[in-house]
Design a protein around this ligand. Structure first.
Ligand code: SF4
Length: 382
């Protein structure tokens, strides 16, 4: 089977070149053609020796995911649905702003964590994406946007791993894909502008800090274990105290001097002023102050199967006020791409419940099984 060169970081590509009997520096040329110029046809790579191009044609390709659908919002947001085979699809969303272009990408088809407010969690886990499938979302989006906007310079300045899946449960594929994003011969993104978002895989937070520190976001959603366990089942394995300790340890190597905590605002569940005060105390106690964290409040995009509703603007504001008055840097996330179901929490589309996760969740809560055709909810797009 031909090797997909999107699977390789620069070191991997250098080893691949060596196996072909080529010098390692050829990998740099190849890497630039693929990632900086968006080339997938070896014949177009004109500064590579013809003999190498012929070798490559016999054993390799540059194979991007195929696009199932593309939706453009009136606000400039673009959502792509990519086919990953076996009836699975993953999503990526581009969010343009005046000072940056952010791409939110997926790391898994489905997700095993099963957060109650997330449609991907409700659909169950299907499989990990390969490094090439993760990188492919960036490769496709960057080069599509350059053509679409008629620009020759970099469009995507920020990548957030907040699409489908828990990135730290796909660690072996995540790390090489991050290295491609950061490599100056590829996309050259700043470590500060690549964010991994985790629901709290404590041991892997430490490993990420050692192997490839980038900006860290944590899906917190509750200030105490009892409530968090009901929203993010992983909390049973890695309770809040352990999670906070891991975040503080991560700061020593992080490219930013803060960790972002995501907090999805769920009406009557986690949005009271008392819980806001608990959150302040938790953050203060964990970091020995409040300068080490930012809280991002996220309006929930409701979907029937969750049994949850969005907090009113007044409740979000009241919660935000408590945090801000206490000195916590707090933002309320803007909803983007609402007209194309690409806003925060609306990503996945019509999904299959492969593992019966939704049925189990509803049984747990004593609620009726709502049937298939879940409206999308997943990623937290900043
Ligand atoms: S919020 Fe993230 S970790 Fe939780 S189920 Fe959804 S994709 Fe998985």
């Amino acid at each position: 089977m031909a090797a997909n060169l999107l699977d390789y970081d620069l070191e991997g590509l250098a080893l691949f070149c060596e196996r072909l009997g080529e010098k390692r520096f050829r990998a740099v040329q190849l890497f630039r053609w693929i990632h900086q110029k968006g080339a997938s046809d070896f014949d177009a790579m004109t500064d590579l020796a013809k003999s190498l191009r012929e070798k490559l044609k016999g054993c390799a390709d540059v194979k991007s995911l195929s696009v199932v659908s593309q939706h453009m919002s009136t606000d400039g947001t673009i959502k792509w649905l990519f086919d990953v085979g076996a009836g699975d699809a993953v999503e990526a969303v581009f969010i343009p702003e005046s000072d940056r272009g952010t791409l939110c990408i997926s790391s898994q088809a489905g997700c095993a964590v099963g957060c109650r407010f997330c449609s991907t969690g409700h659909q169950g886990f299907s499989r990990n994406l390969t490094a090439g499938e993760i990188v492919s979302q960036l490769w496709f989006a960057e080069h599509f946007l350059r053509k679409h906007l008629g620009r020759d310079e970099r469009i995507i300045s920020n990548v957030v791993m907040m699409g489908m899946g828990e990135p730290l449960q796909n660690y072996a594929e995540l790390v090489p894909s991050l290295r491609v994003m950061l490599d100056d011969h590829a996309y050259g993104l700043s470590r500060r502008r690549v964010t991994v978002s985790t629901s709290g895989m404590v041991p892997m937070i430490d490993r990420l800090g050692q192997d490839c520190p980038v900006a860290l976001a944590v899906s917190l959603h509750a200030p105490n274990d009892a409530l968090r366990e009901s929203l993010v089942p992983l909390n049973k394995k890695h309770p809040i105290a352990q999670l906070m300790d891991a975040c503080v340890r991560y700061l020593a190597v992080a490219p930013r001097d803060f960790v972002t905590f995501e907090y999805c605002m769920l009406d009557g569940v986690n949005d009271t002023p008392e819980l806001a005060l608990q959150l302040v105390e938790l953050l203060r106690a964990s970091g020995g102050g409040l300068s080490w964290c930012k809280v991002n409040l996220i309006p929930f995009n409701p979907f029937t199967a969750s049994g949850l509703t969005r907090s009113s603007s007044a409740r979000v504001e009241a919660f935000s006020d408590v945090l801000s008055r206490a000195g916590v840097v707090t933002t309320v996330r803007k909803t983007r791409g609402g007209d194309i179901a690409a806003a925060c929490g609306q990503l996945a589309g019509d999904v299959k419940d492969r593992t019966g996760a939704v049925v189990r969740m509803h049984k747990r809560r004593g609620a009726a099984w709502p049937g298939r055709g879940l409206a999308a909810v997943t990623a937290l797009v900043e």
